[in-house]
Ligand binder design. Structure first.
Ligand code: SF4
Length: 464
């Protein structure tokens, strides 16, 4: 069914359209489709909503506002009312219930924190937002696991360092990473620029956690890696380096990382099925993953994360189960399970790969949760991306006492981020929900050319 929105709340129109997108493929947002009206009027402390279209009987509701609401809360509530009503209307129209109900555009755990602040809790997710009881339990469990880690050390900041270079491009990837070309690479110039970027601001807060991602930071040579890590100058804080491609890890690079204070390494299989790795452009073998893991363990006491992806092309439930089981047998401290998202700019999006699964994605996600919890892992952070099959989530799981602080901070937006590198986004929190961001130029050539200008802006951005 093709539908579009007409509303008297223009400021929320995009978010209302997101509810249509959440029902894909049962509903398609199309300006020439049937018009669904989503209207509200405020009369004193009463809010009257009305959803109507030629497709289904009109739905009207009345909500009561508490006295003295700030403008921020009033907007928040009005948006929630209309989105919830639209969700109910579309659920009745299509006969489909979504696991995350009317939640779009907000991280589920962040919403639960907001609800707790409002004196509500997990049940509100089910009763008002129409989240399934199982997902509401999952969200509540994550909030519980985060206790004692979240919102501590608020006087500190996190660091992010971006190395957007990879040996080849994965077909699901939309990051602006450069595929390394041995002779004509921008990598040497990028390393020099990145070191200037990392060290440009003199007076900064103490650091809480560092995350070097990309891209594949272990695409750097051992010598380049050593120079960048020396510029970061870790002092014993949590420090993650993503070795997204196992074939880029060597004993020499791991020795450099150990000597420079790296505490956590991400070795990302995505799947343990060779045919799938070949199909998605990873250009490494399953054996490379085992070898990288062996090297990391031999190099000393790093915590290890492994990323896996559900709904990769051609994979059955048994394939996913096998990958999860192998990862559990290897016993890394963290396992992150992503739902395949078809992102704009990726090869999958260009080739119009369809990841609609009719229930398979849910079965995969359920198996991952069940098997990992049985093996002693607990979910500790989550986020949802657009265009995943079943609108499912990405979940980081950790063994007891092994959560990655950086992942929690970035998801829950609890700390300033000092970010360096092409496309990196610095963040400052000013209280009362006010957050300012500063993005560096995404494209590598532009980043190299405009570095001076960006560093000036960054110095001003972090000045008190
Ligand atoms: S390793 Fe990561 S950043 Fe590099 S191409 Fe694959 S998904 Fe993208």
């Amino acid at each position: 069914m093709n539908v579009c929105i007409d509303t008297n709340c223009e400021g929320y129109k995009n978010e209302l359209e997101e509810v249509i997108r959440a029902f894909s493929p049962y509903l398609t947002l199309d300006e020439s489709g049937d018009v669904v009206g989503a209207f509200l009027v405020i009369e004193g402390n009463r809010v009257l909503t009305k959803i109507s279209s030629p497709l289904l009987k009109e739905m009207s509701r009345e909500y009561l506002l508490t006295d003295g609401l700030s403008e921020l809360y009033l907007k928040r509530y009005l948006k929630r009312f209309l989105k919830r009503d639209l969700y109910d209307y579309f659920a009745a129209l299509t006969g489909v219930d979504l696991s995350y109900g009317s939640l779009t555009g907000i991280r589920p755990t962040k919403l639960l924190y907001e609800l707790i602040d409002e004196g509500k809790g997990r049940d509100e997710l089910v009763d008002f937002f129409r989240v399934s009881p199982a997902k509401a339990d999952l969200i509540a469990e994550i909030v519980d696991v985060q206790k004692g880690v979240i919102s501590t050390e608020l006087d500190k900041q996190d660091w992010f360092v971006n190395v957007p270079f990879c040996p080849s491009r994965c077909h699901y990837c939309s990051f602006l990473s450069e595929v390394i070309r041995p002779k004509k690479s921008n990598l040497p110039a990028y390393v020099e620029a990145l070191i200037r970027d990392i060290t440009c601001v003199e007076a900064r807060k103490e650091r809480r956690a560092i995350y070097m991602g990309g891209g594949t930071p272990t695409s750097l040579s051992a010598e380049q890696l050593d120079r960048v890590l020396a510029a970061i100058d870790a002092k014993g804080e949590e420090f993650t380096v993503e070795a997204g491609r196992p074939e880029t890890l060597t004993a020499e690079k791991l020795a450099v990382m150990k000597a420079r204070g790296v505490t956590r390494v991400s070795v990302n299989p995505q799947t343990f099925k060779q045919e799938t790795l070949d199909l998605v452009g990873r250009r490494h073998t399953v054996e490379d993953i085992f070898e990288a893991y062996r090297l990391v363990r031999a190099a000393g006491s790093f915590d290890v994360n492994m990323d896996l992806i559900t709904m990769l092309p051609g994979e059955s439930l048994d394939d996913l189960k096998r990958s999860i089981d192998i990862a559990i047998d290897l016993s890394p401290e963290n396992i992150t399970v992503h739902s395949l998202s078809i992102k704009r700019g990726s090869i999958f999006a260009e080739t119009k790969y369809d990841n609609f699964s009719d229930g398979l994605a849910e079965k995969m996600s359920d198996y991952a949760l069940e098997a990992l919890e049985r093996a002693g892992y607990r979910p500790y952070y989550m986020y949802r991306q657009k265009n995943t099959s079943g609108r499912l989530e990405n979940i980081g799981y950790a063994k007891e006492g092994k959560v990655c602080k950086y992942n929690i901070d970035i998801m829950e937006e609890t700390h300033d981020i000092y970010a360096s590198g092409a496309g990196a986004i610095s963040k400052r929190l000013f209280g009362n929900g006010r957050i300012e961001r500063l993005a560096e130029v995404k494209e590598i050539k532009g980043y190299l050319e405009r570095l001076d200008e960006m560093l000036e802006k960054k110095i001003a951005f972090f000045r008190d």
